[in-house]
Design a protein around this ligand. Structure first.
Ligand SMILES: NC(=O)c1ccc[n+]([C@@H]2O[C@H](COP(=O)([O-])OP(=O)(O)OC[C@H]3O[C@@H](n4cnc5c(N)ncnc54)[C@H](OP(=O)(O)O)[C@@H]3O)[C@@H](O)[C@H]2O)c1
Length: 381
């Protein structure tokens, strides 16, 4: 069943009360804007998505724009939450598997208490995704930006680990659970109040250079490659034919890279399907190499010591968590980054630019097939 990791007791209560409506509605999107400016504010209390909280929020028209960020308890997501909250213009919903950790980290980073709320979301369970959507809706908050940021990376794993639904953990968490989440919340984005500093709502899925084989880093073996999607079509189930999307042998590093490739293909397919009809801005990004983030937590000790040094002094690709967080916040809120279908990257001197993607990420037919198979696996089709 659902491997709930949250240590926040009241969160389980929110959980127990949810389930159903969200389960049955996929969705679609609509419009909004804003920039990462400076300083704090007092917005509604840090609710946990209860309906009593919604009563205090007032109408959606008068609320601050809200951004949901998955995996906001550490690294990129946490620092993007901090940067957005610091503008004073946004409310951030930290969608996390560990409530206590998120609360502690938000306090440690000095994120203004009234600028965020914390809601439980365990992406290793599709039930938890559906419960999250219900809890978010019950909170009464508007939705202006949705950011699929959370990820696991298991490069040293010898055996695949299953999600609650039996999927290989990296693909299940990083791709399939986010795929379900963004589909369910498209309706909410579409309904974002017109009165907003953003010209259109935004949906961002964090990508990676490692899923893009048109780069040096993307060519470090094992390379991302979804093959003919035969493993995904068979369900990427642990203990069955193959837990890998391409139907091959399990490889934890490749599973992560494949999942990031899926993230970028999903953004392009979202753009193709829904941008014209909804106006929503769909984008992906590579925030830079955040070599000291928790993403590498399960790597060998020596790697964790040397990798940041290598990135800082040899490749010069190193980016601090704080800087990466500002970059993600820019993609969420900067009017200048409002173009849809873009994969953003940064040049240290000139800032954000529209980057090229690999042939596989640009493969529209593959994007369509990935969408259809993923829809089936998460129960949307
Ligand atoms: N680090 C880099 O160099 C780099 C480069 C390119 C792209 N990225 C991308 O940046 C994003 C953030 O990575 P990061 O570097 O900030 O790593 P991180 O610090 O490990 O953050 C990952 C977040 O995902 C959360 N998470 C993991 N499994 C989850 C689950 N089942 N349910 C809910 N949340 C879950 C983690 O929660 P806990 O706090 O509870 O562990 C954590 O908050 C990822 O999409 C990654 O692919 C990172």
């Amino acid at each position: 069943m659902v491997p709930v990791v949250s240590s926040g007791s009241s969160i389980s209560a929110i959980h127990a009360s949810s389930r159903s409506a969200a389960q049955r509605q996929p969705g679609q999107p609509r419009h909004t804007r804003l920039a990462v400016r400076s300083q704090a504010v007092a917005s509604p209390p840090a609710t946990r998505g209860t309906s009593s909280g919604s009563a205090k929020l007032g109408s959606k028209e008068t609320q601050k724009p809200t951004a949901i960020i998955t995996g906001a308890s550490s690294g990129l997501g946490l620092n993007a939450a901090k940067a957005l909250a610091a503008t004073g213009d946004w409310h951030v919903v930290m969608a996390v598997r560990d409530y206590s950790k998120a609360a502690r980290m938000a306090r440690e980073l000095g994120i203004p208490r009234d600028s965020y709320s914390i809601l439980h979301l365990d992406l290793a369970s599709l039930d938890s995704v559906r419960d999250f959507v219900e809890s978010f809706r019950a909170s009464g908050r508007r939705l202006d930006a949705l950011v699929a940021n959370a990820a696991v990376y298991l490069p040293t794993a010898k055996e695949p680990t299953p999600t609650a639904d039996g999927f290989e953990l990296s693909v299940g968490t990083n791709h399939l659970a986010h795929f379900l989440l963004v589909n369910l919340l498209l309706e909410d984005l579409k309904a974002a109040p017109k009165k907003s500093p953003l010209p259109a709502p935004r949906l961002v899925i964090v990508g990676s250079i490692t899923g893009n084989t048109n780069t040096l880093a993307g060519n470090v073996p094992p390379k991302a490659d979804l093959g003919d999607l035969s493993g995904l079509e068979a369900g990427v189930k642990v203990g069955q034919a193959s837990p890998m999307i391409d139907g091959g042998e399990f490889d934890g590093a490749k599973a992560y890279k494949d999942s990031k490739l899926c993230n970028m293909l999903t953004v392009r397919e979202l753009h193709r399907r829904y941008h014209d009809s909804t106006g929503i801005t769909f984008s992906s990004l590579y925030p830079g190499c955040i070599a000291s983030s928790g993403l590498f937590r399960s790597h060998y000790g020596l790697f964790k010591t040397l990798f940041p040094l290598f990135q800082k002094y040899i490749t010069k690709g190193y980016v601090s968590e704080e800087e990466a967080g500002k970059r993600l916040a820019q993609v969420i809120s900067d009017p200048a980054l409002g173009k849809s279908g873009v994969y953003w990257s940064w040049n240290n001197d000139t800032g954000a630019f529209e980057n090229e993607v690999s042939g596989e990420v640009a493969d529209g037919e593959k994007g369509r097939r990935l969408w259809e198979v993923s829809e089936r696996l998460v129960g949307l089709a």
